[in-house]
Ligand binder design. Sequence first.
Ligand code: PLP
Length: 390
Amino acid sequence: MSAMDLSSAAFPVNTPKFWGDEKELVANCIETGWISSEGPAVKKFEAKLASKCGRRHAIACANGTAALDIAVKALQLGKGDEVILPSFCIISVITQVVRGGSVPVLVDSDSTFNMDVAQIRERLTPRTKAIICVHTYHFPVDMEPVLALVKERGIKVIEDAAEMIGQTCLGRPCGSFGDISTMSFYPNKHITTGEGGMVLCDAPDLAERCQQLRNLCFDPKKRRFVHEELGWNYRMTNLQAALGLGQLSHLEEAVSRKREIGRLYTKLLEGCPGLILPPDKNQKSESNIYWVYGVEVAPSVSCDADAVMKRLAAAKVGTRPFFWPMHEQPVFEPMGFFKGQSFPVAERIARRGFYIPSGLALEDHEVEEVARRIRKVMEEIVSADGGYSK
Ligand SMILES: Cc1ncc(COP(=O)(O)O)c(C=O)c1O
C-alpha cells in the first residue's frame, strides 16, 4: 500500500506475504498434474522442514488441528489417561484429548502467556500420560523443567510449535522438543500453505503410525480398502506443499521481518496510555518472535479488550481477541470437566488481551499508521476514564 492512501485505509489483522518464487512452484503442479497428496513436493516439503527442525521424520497434513489429532492418537492417549495442558490455548489442543476419552488437566499461564511450568508438578498423578506444551504468541514455553520432569516420570510430550516456526529455545529449534511436535501453516503463520500442518518426530515406528493415521489407516500389509482401524483423511496436497516449499526457503527472512515489525510497534507505542506492550526479551528464553503483536489493556483502564477492539474496528484497525480459556468453554460444561476450577492469569488475559495487525506483508509506513490510530483511540479511552489518576 502506498504511503499516500493510508489515511482512509483499513488494516486487516493479517496480511500474508508471498516472496515471488511460490507462483512457479504451484504452477508446476498444474502443468505436471501432481495436484493431490501423491506429488513429489509433499516429500520435499517434509524433508526440508524435518531438517530445519533437526528431526528425523516429518508428516505433512491438512492443518495444525489435524497434526494435533494425529499426535494424541499416535501416542495412544486414551480412556482414563490424564493429559496436562494449558487452559489458555486454542481448542485444537484439547479436541482429540477429549474425543479419545482422556482427561484434560489444566494449568494456568505465566507472565509470558505460556503454561506456568511450575504448576505441572502439582497436577501430576500416577495416571498422567502426557504434557502438551503450546508455545504461545511471543516466547517458547520454558522447556528445561518440562524436559527434566518427563525424563524423571517417563511421560510423553507433545509440543505445539504452530506459532514458533523458526524460533529457538535452549539453543534448539522449536519443533525439536516433543516426542511428537506439531505445526500449522495457516496464513497467519511464519510460513503458509493456505491450510496445512506438520507432525514431526524421530522414532520410525511413530512416524509410520502418524502416516497411517493421516491416510485413513490404509494398511500396506493388507489388501487395499480392507481396514483394521479408523483413521482420517488428513493429507496435504502437492499444491499446498509446493507453496510451502517456496515459503520455507524464506523462513529466516520471515522471522527477521516479524521481529522488525514487533520492535517498530514497541518503539511507536512506548508510553501509549492504557496498553501493556510485549517485552522483546525474556529471562528464560529467546527474543520475542512476535508471531502476533499481543497487547493487554492495563488494569487501570475501566473497559476491557472487547470495548477497545470495537473502537479500533471503527478506526479500521483489525484486531483479534486472545484465546478463551478451556475451563470456561461452554462445550465442556455438560461433560463435567473443570467444574469450579479457576485459572486467574488465563481469565485475565482472555478478557484484557488482544492482538493488532501483525501480518508479514505489513510495511513500515503501515505499522506507523496503525500505531498512530491505536495511540489516538487509547488516549481517548484513558482521557474519558479521567486519566491515570482515577
Ligand atoms: C498454537 C496453535 N495450535 C494449533 C492451531 C491450529 O492450527 P490450524 O488452524 O492449522 O488447524 C493454531 C492455529 O492458529 C495455533 O495457533
